[in-house]
Design a protein around this ligand. Sequence first.
Ligand SMILES: Nc1ncnc2c1ncn2[C@@H]1O[C@@H]2COP(=O)(O)O[C@H]2[C@H]1O
Length: 355
Amino acid sequence: MSVLPFLRIYAPLNAVLAAPGLLAVAGLTIPDLSGRSRLALAAVLAVIWGAYLLQMAATLLKRRAGDVRDRKPAIAIDVLAVLVPLAAFLLVGTPDRSLYCAVWLLKPLRDSTFFPVLGRVLANEARNLIGVTTLFGVVLFGVALAGYVIERDIQPEKFGSIPQAMWWAVVTLSTTGYGDAIPQSFAGRVLAGGVMMSGIGIFALWAGILATGFYQEVRRGDFVRNWQLVAAVPLFQKLGPAVLVEIVRALRPRMVPAGAVICRNGEPGDQMFFVVEGRVSVATPNPVELGPGAFFGEMALISGEPRMATVSAATAVSLLSLHSSDFQMLCSGSPEIAEIIRKTALERRGAAPMA
Ligand SMILES: Nc1ncnc2c1ncn2[C@@H]1O[C@@H]2COP(=O)(O)O[C@H]2[C@H]1O
């Protein structure tokens, strides 16, 4: 019997296992720990190492099965998690041996989807980040120089050289303020105030660049996913590229489980829906089912009246929703689609006159 299914179930545990492992590593650095506790913590490390050995075997077996695409970081982490502690056990003296198990810090990164995103954000924003970092370096040197010139005679032991003053500059610029070096002169204090303010500004710039980078990366992911979904709705194939891009940005994907109500008769409506996959049921006197490519919820947007019918998911359904303001944009960008939607709404109104 193959061990792969078992190992697959166990795989998500590997990141969780790192936590007790790292706690054991930390525990073993406590000097006055009893011999029994030390033994227990060493046993924890041995068990986790064994588990990681199994996982490495699974990863390498999968590799042989040809599943190596995009798995190089995972393979590297699995191999390091086993080999580094093993090498330490064989080559390093007792007190520091367990420290090498700290390589398990890498384990939670193994299957994380966050770190690839972080990598893309750093790559995309590299120019801006390097710019702000350069600014930081320039300000740091300038501040250390000014601190040295102003304070060197008053506190030669703290500001006697630019490298010494640089420590004060870093601590002040980052607004950490250990208090081990404090300007004594009036000019020095004015300088310190200015440095703190500019430090806040520089860190805010870093934070802003990263936050914008993450936002754009998430939006880009949404855009690609929406683009694929939009391809499943034939109506959108009539759109020109410019409007299509706008619509893809405006559409929101939504998964609805079978049986759930999507919109209710009599409620106000502020969005319409396109069916990507699955079927919805429209509760008209003669119930109608709509499948992939169809749309609904347009009548409330066109007439401004409440919903004409309750629509629920006949199966699990994947939808794209379009808000009323974006619906106007769709209609003005593509009169052809606007006409189709209006005609359909008219036909439906004629087919199912409701209260
Ligand atoms: N006879 C019908 N056939 C298909 N869909 C309908 C019919 N009647 C109403 N609908 C849809 O059900 C939706 C309910 O919300 P709206 O009134 O906004 O828009 C409605 C139409 O999209």
